[in-house]
Design a protein around this ligand. Structure first.
Ligand code: UTP
Length: 289
């Protein structure tokens, strides 16, 4: 019986250079899509998968991320006084239970693999999910829940995957496929940011993972990979052969909110899902053709 999945790590220590100057003072993960910060979507998604413990890997200027999940007594009192019960209830529902949030610091952004290694004491000897909050998911069933179910089914590592045109594989971690069973793909190797002509496939890893704790031992070697960074993909590749490793074609859509166009598309897609906004958005859109 696989160990239950209770923990999630959310690396938020990146510099967000593609969103400067906004990210000079506001963490990329706090930028809102409609009215919710990116980090809030990720936490809600993890909670919908039964995650109970959260670790934010933060860096300088990122402390406000933790505030987002705390109680806000003065704000709550003011909302109560003004009779704004709906807003109050929503705010209170978003606070995480006492003791369920830890933070660790990645002093220098040395890569995603290094950020995960910084959470090693939180992870201990349990399986854990990773959510990169700048990948915003629109799924009927929480993407992390889909991965959690696949973990119970396979008893090992599972990463969310999607197909991209071959010319774009060099932005991603790419799967070397052992067997493609449709929904699940068993993996015999992983390559980070390969050139299209040497890429083993066009199945790429997005920012959602369920990993076994043994990956930490490999990341601890601090070996530099693509771009001179300590890559999570390289650490994960070392698990293959000793543990099950699968890609999951998740059901839903991903918006790359670390990128301006992806972020703008997410604003429209999420606004169109809101009954109180959809009509207004459809009314103004033709003005911009
Ligand atoms: P990105 O590759 O999008 O980097 O990181 P970035 O610094 O956030 O943004 P740009 O490219 O400068 O605009 C993907 C995820 O990994 C985290 C980021 O916070 C983001 O959630 N990350 C990346 C770290 O926590 N530490 C790192 O060293 C690198």
């Amino acid at each position: 019986m696989p160990k239950p999945l209770r923990k999630a790590v959310m690396p938020v220590a990146g510099l967000g250079t593609r969103f400067l100057p906004a990210t000079k003072t506001v963490a990329k993960e706090l930028l809102p899509v409609v009215d919710r910060p990116l980090i809030q979507y990720a936490v809600d998604e993890a909670r919908a998968a039964g995650i109970e413990q959260f670790c934010f890997v933060t860096g300088r200027g990122k402390t406000a991320i933790v505030e987002q999940f705390d109680l806000a007594f003065e704000l709550e009192a003011t909302l109560r006084e003004r009779g704004k019960e709906k807003e109050l209830a929503e705010l209170q529902a978003q606070a995480l239970p006492p003791g369920s949030v830890l933070t660790t610091r990645q002093q220098v952004p040395m890569g995603l693999g290094h950020a995960i290694w910084c959470a090693r004491h939180f992870i201990g000897d349990e399986p854990f999910a990773i959510l990169l909050p700048d990948d915003l998911m629109m799924c009927d069933v929480s993407c992390t829940k889909q991965l959690a179910d696949a973990y119970l089914e396979t008893g090992g590592n599972v990463v969310a995957i999607e197909e991209v045109p071959m010319e774009r594989v060099s932005k991603y971690g790419v799967l070397d496929i052992a067997e493609d069973k449709g929904r699940l793909v068993s993996v015999k190797g992983l390559v980070e940011k390969p050139r299209p002509e040497v890429a083993p496939s066009n199945l790429t890893i997005i920012g959602r993972y369920v990993l076994m704790p043994e990956v930490i031992g490999h990341l601890a070697k601090h070996e530099k990979g693509a771009g001179g960074e300590i890559q999570l993909t390289d650490g994960m590749a070392k698990l293959i052969g000793s543990q099950p490793f699968h890609g999951l074609r998740y059901e839903g859509r991903r918006f790359d909110c670390g990128d301006k166009l992806g972020f703008l598309e997410a604003q429209l897609a999420f606004a169109l899902q809101r009954p109180e906004l959809a009509e207004g958005v459809r009314a103004f859109l033709p003005n911009y053709r």
